[in-house]
Design a protein around this ligand. Sequence first.
Ligand code: SF4
Length: 357
Amino acid sequence: METTRLNKAASTDGSEANLFEPDFVFFEPAALDYPLGRELYRRYKQRGLPIRMTTSHNQVRGIPGETEVQQYRNAKRTLVVGVRKTLKFEPSKPSAEYALPLATGCAAHCHYCYLNTNIGTRPYVRVYVNTDEIFAQAERYIRERAPRITRFEAACTSDPVGIEHITGNLKRAIEFFGNQPLGRLRFVTKFHHVDSLLDARHNKQTRFRFSMNADYVIKNFEPGTSSFEQRLEAAGKVARAGYPLGFILAPLYRFDGWEAGYTDLLKRLRQQLVPEAMEDLTFELIQHRFTTVAKKLILQRYPKTRLEMNEAERKYKWGKYGRGKYVYPDEQAKELQAHLEREIARLFPQAKIEYFT
Ligand code: SF4
């Protein structure tokens, strides 16, 4: 496979997001047993992209690159079309009961991205074609918990809007949950490519959230994503299409002047957001965290990053299976929480803050 196409990957230089079009495509043979798998195969064949087969979407070999960083960048430009075999859904606290596995990986380059921990060594973008099986499993989980509502988070391992133009799976999921009286879907995105989702029959059972941040964070740490203005405009469209809307402010990050920076973000949201968006609006607040594994990978992949990850200035929070993470010390975390909650209450008195973590 040639590597020259890599240079056109504008998404690593801090410019705004283009629609992700892969440079390299792999297929699991079993993916061709499904209509979506066959359609994607035809599409990429017609475009003359190099297509290879892979025995498993979990072990893709042969992504080019002479150094680890080149391989990483090429992997982010690689699409793997596979079948989701593991149909045991992961829990997804605090935002939902279960993660809905529609895809794994993302072509953008946010330095702090949680995928550095979750899928550290396999950064290519995997999409799954067996959505009927995935939805049937979701239905089983919903039945198990009836009569309670069961929420599914579709952005645990990917940004599903960023790849929707490839599979159309998010729209399928929105319409599936639109027909589930006891099921709810939610996802978050940093992309503005929402037009194909506006006419989905969502029945208000999907909460469409946008990840927002202070200018400093977007400019320094989120290359390859849509700009603040693009996300905001997309949020307006989504609200006018009747979706319940939410904002995830994450990662909340203590840069010099963070208080003014976050107030400014909320003020701009308040000024520019369409009135329809205020009707059913939520905020989720997530402070910056990193793991030891992620720090090592981030420094390798983005050696010039300004992302501050000094363990000595953080608090270690133990996690499941002994895998902990570094968060802000309690006092600093409380300051972040208090500032954000105060400003949200002032500027969006009718909105609900779901959690701070
Ligand atoms: Fe990670 Fe989301 Fe950024 Fe993609 S858009 S790199 S999933 S944080």
